[in-house]
Design a protein around this ligand. Sequence first.
Ligand code: HEC
Length: 208
Amino acid sequence: MKKTILNTLSIGFATMFFISCGSAGGDNPGSEYAPNMYVSEAYEPMTQVATEDPNAVNGSNKINPLGMNMRLPAKGTIARGQLDYATYSSPNTYQAYEAASALKNPIPATEENLKEGKRLYNINCTPCHAEDGKGEGTIVKDGKYPRVPNYADRLPTIDEGRAFFSISHGKNLMGSYGSVLTPTQRWQVVHYIYQLSGVSNTSANSSK
Ligand code: HEC
């Protein structure tokens, strides 16, 4: 009886010893048992195991080019509902900045758009431009960031098209928001900063 217990225990310990022997470390999680519990055997577009092993579960795709599950979209195609990204794709050059003056805010300055513009502005822009738009945001006050213009001084020297361009591409020390805000969101913020600083929106005036 005693011997059986001893045998069972030693088999148990031996198994644990072997299981813990997977070469885990760094990015390697070690041996994986029943991997198809973690990774689908069917080709899944959003997951793919990066491995050279041709027999790996959901490894190299044997049908698609480059062994990829997810196909690249055909060149020049635009995802549904994202046409406005193409409308406003311009190179980040001084000439394009000047030409942006011709852009008109395509969305109306409704209460709803201004409210959303304010929300986005307070999230993304206030550390530098401050809630009142005077350019004394927290990181400017802390002395970590120099020379953020007061909208009341700067906006009259540009127009909403160039404001939109600078938000999309960034300008000098200011980073780009082209990948953070959709074109519509950028226009909502443009409406809001004009309202915030009490500067009349030149193109809205000229289109009257
Ligand atoms: C990290 C600090 C920082 C953040 C965050 C920031 N800005 Fe700026 N912004 C600047 C600085 C600095 C300038 C002056 C750039 C120059 O003219 O050299 C500037 C300039 C501008 C201008 C004038 C552009 C022009 O063409 O003269 C606009 C409009 C503007 N910012 C809007 C925004 C909006 C909207 C956001 C948020 C989505 C934002 N900024 C976020 C630092 C910032």
